[in-house]
Design a protein around this ligand. Structure first.
Ligand code: NZQ
Ligand code: ZN
Length: 387
């Protein structure tokens, strides 16, 4: 187990009706609010009205930034920064999923930076301060509501960059599972896949003496495998929505990775891919992750065996570690395809014509992959296998 410092100042407000707590949380944070949201789902499911009601009671002056795109664009971040300066915004409220929250975070940092915001996104170290951010979560997937990461697409350069800064933790996150009942089937599946990938990116590691951490991850993965099909059959079931929301926030709020560091290869390649092709993040992950696993298997059969046995209850007798590990990977693929997640790049009409560009983007920060080291050839081989 490695040394660690855990710092997470986000007030996590979970459960039905938790919007009522926003009044107390937002009261002292700012008078002029920028309300950031996406393409309109919050107007159809009542979240917009709930949020506006609280802001009116607090007598806040509200400026709106609607239209945040999935795979959020730099252009929208720039628009938000302009609004912040013009309207003297002192609180940013994100009502939506990961794309809306990440946009709010980029605006919060960019509004207080004199230079160009892309310069800031390309070098997170330059962030010295940010406007306060509040979150009303409507989609259980990325964990952005309770972490200090963001991912933004530069539509001109086709780069999708992720970074972290201690200044962009939200002040509070209202996480009401009832707000996710309206999430369509495909996005619900993506939420499950992204959450599982966040757990697995960290589960596949070489650190020792982390039995407790392994156990947390395995329990979460087993629970997701159990509830996902039930949730798809009963999308309005509050209890299943609550379990998914609890799991997705826990998967990426620093709880799981205390004392070790994960691999993150599939995320690096996926971000490169969705920067160029604008495909849903978890759709890319469900295609890429199994191919990464198949390549890493031979270097760490013991770890993959544990995954297969603990997560998918694969029968061990008479099989080698490699066979057991492969069976675990096959079970994961089967599980995701039963849910309806994509398994091939062709599902998004992607051929090999841009693989060199994707590999260039993935290698932008040099070699990566702590568990199974990646180089350009390995990135290309994963993409080729995923065709
Ligand atoms: O735009 P609206 O109308 O709100 O519709 C959205 C959007 O079309 C819809 N939606 C959200 N809540 C809904 C709903 N529809 C009905 N009812 C609701 N309650 O869902 C669609 C997708 O939304 P989006 O925010 O794009 O999805 P997600 O939360 O999966 O976020 C994906 C983005 O987050 C990044 C991804 O790369 C991607 O850009 N990530 C951010 C991370 C972070 N900050 O920590 C980590 C992740 O690994 C990920 O990379
Ligand atoms: Zn992710």
């Amino acid at each position: 187990m490695h040394r660690f410092i855990r710092y997470n100042p986000v007030k996590w407000i979970f459960g039905e009706g938790s919007i009522k707590r926003m009044e107390a949380e937002a009261a002292s944070l700012g008078k002029n609010v920028l309300l950031v949201y996406g393409g309109g789902s919050i107007k159809n499911n009542g979240v917009y009205n709930d949020v506006i009601e609280v802001l009116q009671r607090l007598e806040k002056k509200v400026t709106e930034l609607p239209g945040v795109e999935p795979n959020p664009r730099l252009l929208t971040v720039r628009k938000g920064i302009e609004l912040c300066r013009r309207e003297k915004i002192d609180l940013i409220l994100a009502a939506g999923g990961g794309s809306v929250i990440d946009t709010a975070k980029a605006i919060a940092a960019g509004a207080l930076y004199e230079g160009d915001v892309w310069e800031l996104i390309a070098q997170a170290g330059k962030v010295k301060e940010a406007l306060p951010i509040g979150v009303v979560l409507t989609l259980a997937a990325t964990g952005s509501e309770m972490n200090n990461g963001l991912v933004i697409n530069n539509e001109e350069t086709k780069e999708k960059i992720d970074w972290h800064s201690p200044h962009i933790f939200p002040k509070f996150a209202i996480c009401d599972p009832a707000y996710t009942v309206s999430v369509p089937r495909e996005q619900t599946v993506f939420g499950v896949v992204d959450t599982m990938c966040h757990i697995m990116e960290k589960y596949f590691r070489t650190s020792e003496n982390t039995e407790l951490q392994d156990g947390f991850s395995e329990v979460l993965l087993r629970e997701l495998i159990q509830i996902a099909p039930l949730l798809l059959r009963e999308p309005e079931n509050y209890n299943y929505r609550a379990k998914l929301m609890y799991a997705s926030t826990s998967a990426l709020n620093g709880t799981l990775d205390l004392g070790y560091r994960g691999d993150w290869t599939s995320h690096v390649i996926e971000h490169a891919l969705s920067g160029i092709y604008d495909i849903p993040h978890a759709g890319g992950l469900s295609i890429l992750f199994p191919h990464w696993m198949e390549r890493a298997l031979a270097s760490h059969p013991d770890r993959f065996k544990r995954f297969a046995v603990e997560v998918f209850k694969v029968e061990e007798s008479g099989k080698s570690d490699l066979q057991i590990g492969q069976e675990g990977i096959d079970r994961l693929k089967e599980f995701w395809s039963e849910l309806g997640a994509p398994s091939r790049l062709a599902d998004y009409g992607i051929d090999n014509s841009c693989f060199e560009e994707v590999a260039d983007q993935a290698m932008r920060r040099g070699e990566f992959g702590r568990f199974y080291p990646m180089n350009r050839d390995r990135v290309l081989s994963i993409l080729q296998a995923a065709l």
